[in-house]
Ligand binder design. Structure first.
Ligand SMILES: Cc1cc2nc3c(=O)[nH]c(=O)nc-3n(C[C@H](O)[C@H](O)[C@H](O)COP(=O)(O)O)c2cc1C
Length: 210
């Protein structure tokens, strides 16, 4: 089939998010101007730069996470794992402004070092970020959309010691959760390794990943 999104897909559900899948879940913690914590998942999320490391997430309507990140200039990425799935799902519920999803999901907070927002204490990895840009999305005709993209630079990295094995982050051991289409999710439990054509004799420890 072929369709133009502007004319509709004719299917029971929009396949777009099932095609762009899996998408990593950015489990974003922030504080509002009063310092009240907020936590919510965002799968319009990804890494966008490596040196310095940078992340983005997109808010469809001005939700608390985006509003807090813009107001304070800070946010935190927390890695959502298969074990933390239910808590992450609960944290996507509609809480009133200032009501903590940490409490609703039964999650302990841990302090960050550089930013004010707390992190998810049990998450295997959390990345403290400073907002470098935020903007409202426009479509191809220049019409403003109810979508905001927030880009942050990673200024602090927390890694649980149990997830560091021989100097490498144990991604498969952490079992990160990714969003697929509809109500489907994937968990990464297995990795395979492949050398790049430019790797020559092999992949040297400490070599830059590109
Ligand atoms: C796995 C998952 C991914 C989500 N991704 C997004 C997203 O990328 N953008 C968005 O606007 N909402 C997304 N949502 C919905 C928000 O998490 C939800 O609206 C939440 O209440 C927002 O909370 P906040 O207002 O505290 O930021 C997602 C929900 C789930 C469960």
């Amino acid at each position: 089939m072929f369709y133009e999104p502007r004319l509709g897909h004719g299917l029971p559900h929009d396949p777009f998010k099932a095609i762009i899948a899996p998408r990593p879940v950015g489990w974003i913690s922030t504080v509002d101007r009063e310092g009240r914590p907020n936590l919510a998942p965002y799968s319009f999320f990804n890494a966008v730069h490596s040196n310095p490391p940078m992340l983005m997430f997109t808010s469809e309507s001005m939700k608390h996470s985006a509003a807090n990140a813009i107001a304070t200039g800070e946010f935190v990425f927390n890695l959502c794992t298969r074990d933390l799935f239910d808590a992450m799902n609960i944290s996507s519920g509609d809480q009133a402004a200032g009501e903590s999803e940490f409490a609703a999901a039964g999650l302990a907070t841990a302090p960050c070092r550089i930013v004010k927002a707390p992190r998810v204490a049990v998450s295997p990895a959390s990345l403290e970020c400073k907002v470098v840009s935020s903007s409202q999305l426009t479509d191809m005709h220049g019409e403003q959309l109810q979508g905001w993209i927030i880009i942050g630079q990673v200024v602090g990295v927390h890694i649980g010691e149990a997830y560091l094995r021989e100097g490498r982050f144990d991604t498969a051991g952490a079992r990160p959760v990714a969003r697929c289409g509809y109500r489907d999710y994937a968990a990464v439990t297995e990795l395979f390794e492949a050398l790049r054509p430019t790797d020559g004799g092999g992949y040297a420890p400490g070599q830059r990943d590109r």
